[in-house]
Design a protein around this ligand. Structure first.
Ligand code: NAP
Ligand code: HSE
Length: 427
């Protein structure tokens, strides 16, 4: 019998408890032994739960779960990397208990230290649920692609943002209402700013990069932008250009180093990622030998995420052993960050509609040797100005951003410009 203790009984925790109860027989057959929930902890003992915890021991302080002598695995589903989650992880591994979590922030920020501890004690540190909810992304990288070398990966890694962008695009719903719907579905983090400002995607990207490239997660080298500035107008323009707007996490390695960024981007409608809607996630992995592999599925929500947690528990029950990041923690490389390769860019400006304004903008672009592929100007209003959308031919991000800063300083520019990369797709 594999005995587990669980910290956190929210969206994911409750789904895990339910999954363990409902699937007990099948899980035992697959695991080769039964998996039983011995103890639970959360903040509020009196809170009504979306799962049945009758007969399970309640522990007030989650950190005490690591000290229980009748526990083999501690599962952490509280969130954050604050004292509680980090201390529980450290104490559990130190006590020789396997540790399973869905906490991407904890793993992106402290995963290497925890992986060292897991190897020293020696137990499993598992976090399949931390990236892509129910999609077996980490297993694919660590096991199925162990014989390949991933050169590039990118995709939609945040269900909340994808849900918001989808609802804004298909129903014309305002950003705030779409976010509130995502929260009701249980997709968003306790602090939804982590989702919409791109931080959650950056945490997941850092973990994917570690497994794909064998390099320690490095959040500091990920340029991160969120979706707060995207308006229905941007989604409409993107549509007219035959594209969709998605929040992407992107990483590519070359001889020079690793390019990593998170931000909203236009992707052509022919790209398989363009059709990925709602809370779905999708990641394209490009292997040197395998070429493109696309994984897609439910990236957020209790049920899909609980499936990944249960799979980690079954692996442990089967005696599966593998380094958390695919290679021993001490052999993980250090990322040498490089600037993104040149790309086409989308730039939307809100300008004062008077003669000469477009000449001022194009003058700045000319001075930076940036060439225009398309320019669209729509409508005419006295006070709010008019939107001007420019598609730029391939240019280096750093040069494009420098030009946009100069354009933003023009007195005729009425609002913060909206700049997005265009991630072209070759089938
Ligand atoms: P949630 O619904 O907010 O639930 C969090 C649970 O942890 C609650 O039961 C809460 O207790 C408990 N908790 C929080 N801080 C605590 C503390 N300091 N001490 C004791 N208990 C504490 O969160 P969630 O959506 O289930 O997410 C849990 C984790 O899974 C997070 O790391 C998240 O990033 C990750 N994740 C979530 C999803 C998803 O779709 N939701 C998907 C993949 C990964 P009370 O209930 O008593 O307040
Ligand atoms: N808040 C996260 C999301 C949960 O929306 O994708 C899944 O990791």
């Amino acid at each position: 019998m594999l005995r587990i203790a669980l910290a956190g009984l929210g969206t994911v925790g409750a789904a895990v408890v339910q999954g363990l109860r409902e699937g007990a027989d099948l899980i035992a057959s697959r695991a080769g032994q039964s998996i039983t929930l011995q103890a639970v902890s959360a903040r509020d003992k009196k809170r009504e739960r979306a799962c049945d915890i009758s007969g399970v021991r309640w522990v007030d302080d989650p950190r005490q779960l690591a000290e229980l002598s009748d526990i083999d695995v501690v599962v952490e589903l509280m969130g954050g990397d604050e004292a509680a989650a980090l201390e529980l992880a450290e104490a559990a591994l130190l006590a020789g208990k396997h540790f399973v979590t869905a906490n991407k922030k904890l793993i992106a920020e402290h995963g290497v230290k925890l992986a060292h501890s897991a190897e020293a004690h020696p137990v499993q540190l598992s976090f399949e649920a931390a990236v892509g909810g129910g999609i077996p992304l980490l297993k694919t990288l660590r096991e199925a692609l162990a014989g390949d070398e991933v050169e590039k990966l990118y995709g939609i890694l945040n269900g909340t943002c994808n849900y918001i962008l989808t609802r804004m695009h298909s129903r014309g719903i305002e950003f705030a209402s779409a976010l509130s719907e995502a929260q009701k579905h249980g997709y968003a983090e306790a602090d939804s700013g982590t989702d919409i400002k791109g931080g959650d995607t950056a945490h997941k990207l850092a973990i994917l990069v570690a497994l794909a490239f064998g390099m320690a997660p490095d959040l500091t080298s990920i340029r991160t932008e969120g979706i707060e500035h995207i308006t229905p107008l941007d989604l409409q323009f993107a549509h007219e250009l035959g594209c969709r707007v998605k929040l992407l996490g992107f990483a590519r390695r070359s001889q020079k180093g690793v390019e990593q960024w998170v931000g909203p981007a236009l992707i052509p409608e022919i790209s398989p990622l363009a059709q990925v809607d709602g809370a779905l996630n999708s990641v394209l992995l490009h292997g040197r030998r395998t070429g493109d592999i696309i994984l897609q599925g439910r990236g957020a929500g209790g049920a899909p995420t609980s499936s990944a947690i249960l799979a980690d528990l079954i692996d442990i029950a089967r005696g599966f052993k593998a380094p958390a990041f695919g290679i021993p923690a001490g052999r993980l490389g250090k990322i040498k960050a490089v600037e993104p390769q040149p790309r086409r860019h989308y730039l939307r400006l809100q300008v004062n509609d008077r003669p000469g304004v477009v000449a001022e903008i194009t003058g700045i672009l000319r001075d930076e040797a940036l060439s225009i592929e398309q320019l669209l100007q729509r409508g005419k209003t006295q006070n709010e100005g008019v939107p001007v959308t420019i598609i730029l031919h391939e240019g280096e991000g750093v040069v494009v951003r420098r030009a946009v800063k100069k354009i933003e300083a023009l007195p005729t520019i009425l609002a913060q410009p909206n700049l997005m990369a265009i991630e072209d797709y070759q089938p």
